[in-house]
Design a protein around this ligand. Structure first.
Ligand SMILES: Cc1ncc(COP(=O)(O)O)c(C=O)c1O
Length: 450
């Protein structure tokens, strides 16, 4: 059908929707000769295939009739009970006090984001998110007509001083956001975590400005260094935090299974919104996950993948430390967990230009501006370290450094040709630690985006 003809039939929402740039990019760079640091894919080595080979046939044998049937929208009762036990043991605190009505099973976290958007966002409602933020969440919010207002992150997660300032500013202009979206643990894309102090401040601010808080936490179990602070849900005393978890990064994303933990009223609203979307989450996935949890094998599975990824993280950081010259002014985060690190280039170097040249060198990453709701971040990029093999990480770091080094040299030559000899050295010298704030990473406050 002619796209122009189809246009007249489209809803307001579909008219404003664009393709998720990263998903499109992943199709482009799936060539075998390219080392991709672009996706957010778990390593196939992380999948518990041997256990699943046992559990899946056994599940069909014993629970086939229920596993293949339609189920309750809220999710399988046995699975929710297993999750309650798991969270009480892993997290403790408030997770020991919740019951089955505080959990909704979803078709993974992406659906939880979609349902929250449907339930809480009307056209033109303001949602506050990080700069940068997970693109899939931004897409879910804007599909329901949200206007996004981005608040800068630094090495300790969202800057709560800027958050408060932003909310005051918005209030002065008559804008009262309903929702704050955060990925507090090893954020996608930046790899940074919200410190305990910031968690408390953020909740205090949410209380003062009466915001619902979405805590999206797919990477919480993937910590390689140090210890997790309590989750926002645990620290919250108002019942305003909606927490989202998923099996995607700890078991396998093809399961398409996640769960939301929140106040009973919130869960009930989300369940109502879920009914017209998919009636219920896949029964087969739920029963497989339930039976898997019953084996008690998740603990060793998580320990195994932590080991796998912590080696890759170390390889990646070492390879970058070795390959990048300090005088180029390129810095990156040193995440304590998760799947990503975030790179900040000198301000004159544009990641899209780097991307084109990196592709010629047969490596790929995601341009950081894709994650910025305000269009900034054109000198940033996200690098994934969970999917490539260690050797590929080393090669990719060396190739990336090669391309960056070429761009620095060319920039130096063009500056030398333009400028009188008294001009300072063109290479941006940044010394000290890896603080993103020091690097001037999006220091501006931004308007709510149209
Ligand atoms: C922060 C964040 N939220 C949600 C998701 C969606 O995950 P899934 O729908 O597989 O649970 C992802 C996927 O990478 C993510 O990084």
């Amino acid at each position: 059908m002619d796209p122009a003809y189809l246009q007249r039939f489209l809803s307001d929402s579909a008219r404003t929707q664009t393709r998720n740039e990263i998903r499109e990019l992943l199709k482009l760079i799936s060539r075998a000769d390219i080392i991709s640091l672009a996706g957010g894919l778990p390593s196939p080595d992380a999948f518990p295939i041997d256990e699943l080979k046992r559990i899946i046939p056994d599940t069909l044998e014993r629970y086939g009739t229920s596993a293949l049937q339609y189920g309750a929208t809220e999710g399988d009762v046995g699975l929710r009970q297993e999750l309650l036990k798991l969270m009480a043991a892993q997290e403790g605190g408030r997770f020991r006090e919740i019951g089955i009505d505080n959990i909704l099973i979803t078709s993974a976290s992406q659906q939880a984001l979609d349902l929250c958007s449907r339930v809480f966002i009307s056209t033109h409602d303001a949602v506050v998110c990080g700069l940068p933020s997970y693109l899939g969440a931004l897409g879910a919010f804007t599909a329901c007509g949200a206007k996004l207002s981005g608040v800068l992150l630094d090495d300790s997660g969202m800057r709560t001083d800027l958050l408060e300032q932003r909310l005051v500013d918005l209030r002065r202009r008559g804008v009262r956001p309903k929702m704050l979206y955060v990925v507090p643990d090893f954020q996608n894309p930046a790899g940074v975590s919200l410190s305990l102090e910031r968690r408390r401040e953020l909740l205090q601010i949410a209380h003062e400005f009466d915001l619902l808080v979405i805590e999206d936490s797919p990477y919480r179990d993937l910590r390689y260094v140090g210890r997790n602070p309590p989750s926002l849900f645990d620290l919250d005393r108002d019942g305003r935090v909606i927490s989202m978890f998923t099996f995607s990064k700890i078991l396998f994303p093809g399961l398409r299974l996640g769960w939301v933990v929140a106040d009973e009223e919130v869960i009930s609203r989300l369940a109502v919104a879920k009914q017209p979307v998919d009636l219920c989450t896949s029964g087969l996935s739920q029963v497989v996950a339930r039976e898997y949890l019953k084996t008690g094998g998740l603990g060793s599975q998580i320990a195994r993948i932590r080991k796998l990824y912590s080696v890759k993280r170390e390889v990646m950081l070492r390879a970058l430390d070795d390959a990048m010259k300090p005088e180029w002014g390129v810095r990156w985060t040193r995440p304590e967990g998760g799947l990503f690190l975030w790179m900040v280039l000198p301000s004159w170097m544009k990641s899209r230009e780097l991307f084109a040249r990196a592709l010629e060198a047969k490596i790929a990453f995601v341009n950081g501006d894709s994650f910025h709701c305000d269009g900034t971040g054109d000198n940033t990029l996200r690098l994934n370290f969970s999917f490539p093999e260690p050797d590929e990480l080393r090669t990719a770091a060396a190739r990336l450094a090669g391309v960056i080094g070429d761009m620095v040299a060319e920039h130096g030559e063009s500056r030398a040709a333009e400028a009188p000899s008294s001009e300072p050295s063109p290479a941006v010298l940044v010394s000290g630690d890896h603080s993103l704030e020091q690097l001037g990473w999006n220091l501006a406050l931004h308007e709510v985006q149209e």
